[in-house]
Design a protein around this ligand. Structure first.
Ligand SMILES: NC(=O)c1ccc[n+]([C@@H]2O[C@H](COP(=O)([O-])OP(=O)(O)OC[C@H]3O[C@@H](n4cnc5c(N)ncnc54)[C@H](OP(=O)(O)O)[C@@H]3O)[C@@H](O)[C@H]2O)c1
Length: 299
């Protein structure tokens, strides 16, 4: 039986992976209470102890605005740690599953980004994630480097929870309408990961599957369109709110300045992963209702 180690098991994606990865082998979950991932000696000792065939790294420094003033902290988790994991995987012929982001691109393109497009991050978080990607590829380890975007779940902090809270407490509010991407549920990312790994484990030529893929929901929306859809679904579910989707105003990102600049076009073309693994990735709207119900249940 394959041994799998999961880092970042308490995060949005990590939490969902805990349900599906045990289908593939013997899973060891690792959260901050077990290993502080900024302590690389402790990380190496943990890997030596567990001797995984597959490392799944769902841990990350994800505070995009904070990274502008704490770039070293972001680099340590999003690049230096990733290099430690990738070098270990390369040395032991293990597989590494690692996640990256739409923020490695500058968003200037008029079309959805392909895996082969040149990266050019606009902010410190994006730079640290792009360097993490480069460390994975340079190590020569077998890998699934999965870029995802706009992740939400009933757990953790995310845009969907923020919008639900605003709709519960405000009679109107504004949301940015000139940044476009694919809201992607953490459970979808986990399902895609497990389906892809299953095929790696059962392939006669698994190395051919090693590479970078865009693991995002199909379709796209602006933050404003996404917010309107969230609120209309919440109304449909009977969640008590102080406003409806008609009370949300569209604004441009210049009217909503943030420390970190974000790409205007965050759309990632997901056809490569669908074709390579023969999977069907649903539209971004598919998981929203279920996640909203989970959010309300969790309070
Ligand atoms: N969230 C998004 O919108 C988004 C968009 C694009 C790409 N991604 C990528 O997708 C992946 C999964 O994201 P996510 O949203 O699931 O992340 P998340 O919810 O922020 O979870 C990240 C996890 O990393 C852990 N972690 C960070 N530093 C650590 C340390 N020093 N020691 C131990 N654990 C540490 C955190 O532990 P604690 O819980 O203890 O803090 C947390 O559980 C990441 O690679 C992320 O960059 C995310």
């Amino acid at each position: 039986m394959k041994k799998i180690v999961l880092f970042g098991s308490n995060g949005q994606v990590g939490w969902e992976l805990q349900s599906s990865l045990p289908l593939l082998g013997n899973l060891a979950v690792c959260d901050r209470s077990k290993v502080d991932l900024s302590d690389f000696d402790a990380v190496s000792a943990y890997l030596e102890q567990e001797r995984p065939d597959i490392i799944v790294n769902a841990a990350a420094y994800n505070a995009v605005d904070q990274a502008e003033t704490s770039e070293e902290d972001a680099q340590r988790i999003n690049h230096d740690l990733v290099k430690v994991l990738a070098d270990y995987a390369a040395g032991k012929s293990a597989w590494l599953v690692h996640y990256s982001t739409d923020y490695v691109f500058d968003g200037a393109s008029e079309r959805p980004y392909a895996e082969t497009d040149v990266t050019n991050p606009l902010n410190a978080y994006g730079r640290s994630k792009a360097q993490g990607e480069q460390a994975v590829v340079a190590s020569g380890c077998n890998h699934l480097l999965l870029r995802t975007s706009w992740v939400y779940s009933a757990r953790g902090r995310n845009f969907a929870k923020t919008i639900l809270r605003l709709a519960e407490t405000k009679t109107e509010f504004s949301v940015v309408d000139d940044q476009t991407g694919a809201p992607t549920s953490a459970s979808l990312v986990a399902d895609i990961t497990t389906l892809c790994l299953y095929q790696v484990l059962n392939s006669s030529n698994p190395e051919a599957l090693s590479g970078t893929y865009h693991a995002v929901a199909s379709g796209h929306a602006s933050w404003y369109e996404y917010a309107r859809y969230l609120v209309s679904e919440a109304v449909g579910l009977g969640i008590p709110l102080s406003c409806t989707e008609h009370d949300i105003r569209a604004v441009s990102c210049s009217e909503y300045p943030t420390k970190a600049v974000r790409p205007k076009n965050s759309r990632l073309d997901n056809s490569k992963i669908q074709n390579a693994f023969n999977i069907c990735i649903p539209d971004w709207k598919i998981n929203i209702k279920r996640t909203l119900s989970d959010m309300v249940r969790q309070g």
